[in-house]
Design a protein around this ligand. Structure first.
Ligand code: PGA
Length: 251
């Protein structure tokens, strides 16, 4: 059985003290969330060590937002998967559209990053999704298929147990425009089929596929009610503990 997951992606928001306070609020409110829902918060690198302390012993798991595509050494400014694991991370987000768009993250780099993350015991939240131009040109299925295949098909069925996919249509991220539940479900089911084509129906059934893009308390219920939507990757609404927990209560 696949897990329901609600993951907060804080992006480049909050100072360290603000982040600690937010994490404390999330931990305090997490008691309301049933054990069937996995809660994750992904924070900036600077916040990981103190926030790891805050979430210790709670049901909230810690994630990074990115990791390096190199193991270690002379790569100024980079943070390795081993560093993240040693800081207390259980997960890392990889391939977020903002990384792809602004920092030249390619599928090839994502294969390296995913290998290193898994080798260091991290679970991966791999993001895929089309931009507005691609959606309008009717290329959304092709884009999601190639982004999924280009990374996932380099891994084994065993590795897949530690990978979660997040479908995030770029046109819905931070825009207030959410994909309709039907639009999202259609792509989720399609991505699950792309997974099944290589790894079989069982592996695809067991994989959690999250929706991201202006997911909030008012629309989470309808999205999460879809058969192939197993939760959300939440940006803006994750910056308020109350909204984030409300979303987690929407299954
Ligand atoms: P948003 O961001 O919820 O603010 O649209 C989602 C994401 O980019 O992960």
């Amino acid at each position: 059985m696949r897990k329901n997951i609600v993951a907060g992606n804080w992006k480049m928001n909050t100072t360290v003290p603000e982040g600690i306070a937010l994490a404390k609020d999330v931990v305090a409110a997490s008691a309301k969330v049933p054990a069937s829902v996995k809660l994750i918060i992904a924070t900036p690198f600077t916040h990981l060590v103190p926030v790891a302390d805050v979430v210790k012993g709670s049901v909230v798991s810690l994630s990074a937002e990115n990791c390096a595509d190199k193991e270690k050494g002379a790569y100024t400014g980079e943070v390795s998967a081993a560093m993240l694991a040693s800081a207390g991370c259980e997960y890392t987000i990889l391939g977020h559209s903002e990384r792809r768009q602004y920092y030249g993250e390619t599928d090839e780099k994502l294969v390296e990053k995913t290998k290193l993350a898994l080798a260091n015991g991290l679970k991966v939240i791999l993001c895929v999704g089309e931009n507005l131009e691609e959606r309008e040109a009717g290329k959304h299925f092709d884009v999601c298929k190639s982004q999924t295949e280009n990374v996932l098909y380099n891994f084994s069925e065993e590795d897949l147990k530690n990978i979660v996919i997040a479908y995030e249509p770029v046109w819905a991220i931070g825009t207030g425009k959410t994909a309709t539940a039907e639009q999202a479900e259609e792509i989720h089911a399609f991505i699950r089929k792309v997974v099944a084509d290589k790894f079989g129906a069982k592996a695809a059934e067991d994989m959690s596929i999250l929706y991201g893009g202006s997911c909030k308390p008012s629309n989470a219920k309808e999205l999460f009610a879809q058969k192939d939507i197993d939760g959300g990757l939440i940006g803006g609404a994750a910056l308020k503990a109350e909204d984030f927990i409300q979303i987690a209560l929407s299954f």
